[in-house]
Design a protein around this ligand. Structure first.
Ligand code: PGA
Ligand code: ZN
Length: 419
């Protein structure tokens, strides 16, 4: 058996794209080879996600420091994993889960655990001197993902009046990744011109998409379709649209005013659960929308079931906060016929092995998988390799703007070139 033993694991605090502290882990092997990983962080997080351990020391990064998570890697995790064969990813991840011992990784923190898990995989690939996607997926890793590119930002990702968190373009008419990336970038540039000419703001939100104040959320869709056309493309044939409603946030806002259902806090609009379903069905029928993510909240299974019944055979319904990359929650969804796709974010569950387990479970049950970044990202491009490794078919990595987003696309260009 091939071996290269873990000699050292060292974490430190670095910054993410929002300037918040996050965990970096470096794994050094007996051979001298290293593997490095940085952990991303969400803003509209689901309450069933694995726990991101923060210091809560208000004197230090306003409570967001990750010194405790760093210390957990440097002391507890390192102590347990030094001497292990780096190629035993599943065994190592199982050990990490056991070492933590809680169902949601609240003891060590999913940020410390995932940092170690990903750095170990990368060190293993480096030890074999093969690209990460090839280490993870072998000769079966060859399918380039369709990018769902978030070019207008709202919700919690931008300080504007749009309620929907992400307005994405999907270049369904593109043949290669390089072509798809170029198509999206051209529309993004034209959208900037469209906004500028209307005297609208062209500054960007957390994922690099523009964040103007508009009349309403429908206007955002209309402006994007205008940009698609002006860039020389046809809606439906070249581009479809995808939305991430991130409606758990709206459900949380409704709870704050002692109501059920959904409160669009930015524009003071309240919708009952039934009205929310109708709203989504209506959007899907009016516009060339191929995918709606988190149209309903993480605990609103009943409405999810209804929405799936009504439009699940026609469009992709993606569970993000609903499933949180968690095999147990996905199993529940499969059993109940809820949604038909799952967003995959490794830091929602906390280890690479569990992430792969969730992906396998989705595929076995005909659920589509979309590998995803977080709104707080770093220059780490792990998800680009992962998307190809598991032939996920789709990736969400933000706008073609800001290096924390673009680095994923550039990595995919390089992978396509190699394949
Ligand atoms: P988050 O947003 O990283 O802030 O959770 C991304 C998403 O909801 O898909
Ligand atoms: Zn989402």
């Amino acid at each position: 058996m091939y071996t290269d033993y873990i000699e050292d694991i060292e974490a430190m605090q670095v910054l993410d794209s929002r300037g918040n502290p996050t965990v970096q882990v470096k794994v050094t092997l007996e051979s001298g080879v290293e593997g490095l990983a940085m952990v991303p962080s969400g803003a509209s997080t689901g309450s069933f996600e694995a726990v991101e351990l923060r210091d809560e020391d208000m004197q230090n990064f306003n409570g967001l420091g990750v010194n405790k998570a760093v210390e957990n890697v440097n002391k507890k995790i390192a102590k347990n994993l030094i001497g292990e064969n780096v190629f035993n990813q599943k065994y190592i991840d199982d050990e990490l889960v056991k070492l933590d011992g809680t169902p949601n990784k609240s003891k060590l923190g999913a940020n410390s655990i995932l940092g170690a898990s990903l750095a170990i995989a990368r060190a293993a690939a480096n030890s074999l001197d093969i690209p990460l996607y090839k280490y993870l997926g072998g000769i079966n890793a060859y399918k380039m993902p369709l990018p769902m590119m978030n070019i207008l930002n709202g919700g919690k990702h931008a300080n504007n009046n749009l309620n929907i968190q992400e307005f994405m373009i999907v270049p369904v008419g593109g043949k290669t990744f390089r072509e798809m990336l170029q198509m999206c970038t051209e529309v993004y540039k034209v959208l900037k011109e469209v906004l500028r000419k209307k005297g609208l703001v062209t500054s960007v939100g957390d994922e690099g998409g523009f964040a103007p104040d508009l009349e309403n959320d429908e206007e955002a869709i209309e402006l994007i379709l205008e940009a698609v056309k002006k860039a020389g493309f046809k809606e439906n044939k070249d581009f479809k649209l995808a939305l991430d409603i991130a409606s758990t946030e709206m459900n949380d806002s409704a709870k704050k005013i002692s109501k059920e259902g959904y409160y669009f806090w930015k524009t003071d609009i309240y919708k009952t659960k039934a009205e929310m379903i109708d709203y989504l069905v209506d959007l899907a029928s009016k516009y060339p929308i191929m995918s709606i993510e988190d149209g309903l909240a993480e605990e609103d299974w009943k409405s999810w079931k209804e929405l799936t019944k009504r439009i699940g055979s026609k469009i992709q319904l993606v569970g993000d906060d609903l499933f949180v990359t968690n095999p147990a929650r996905l199993k529940e969804g499969i059993k109940e016929d809820i949604a038909n796709s799952i967003l995959i974010k490794p830091n929602q569950i906390g280890t690479l092995t569990e992430t792969l387990e969730t992906i396998n479970l989705a595929k076995e049950n005909g659920y589509k998988t979309i590998i995803s970044h977080r709104s707080g990202e770093t220059e780490d491009t792990f998800i680009a390799d992962l998307a190809v490794a598991v032939n996920s078919g789709q990736i969400k990595a933000g706008a073609p703007c800001r290096t924390d987003r673009v680095c994923k696309y550039n990595r995919l260009l390089n992978i396509e070139n190699e394949i």
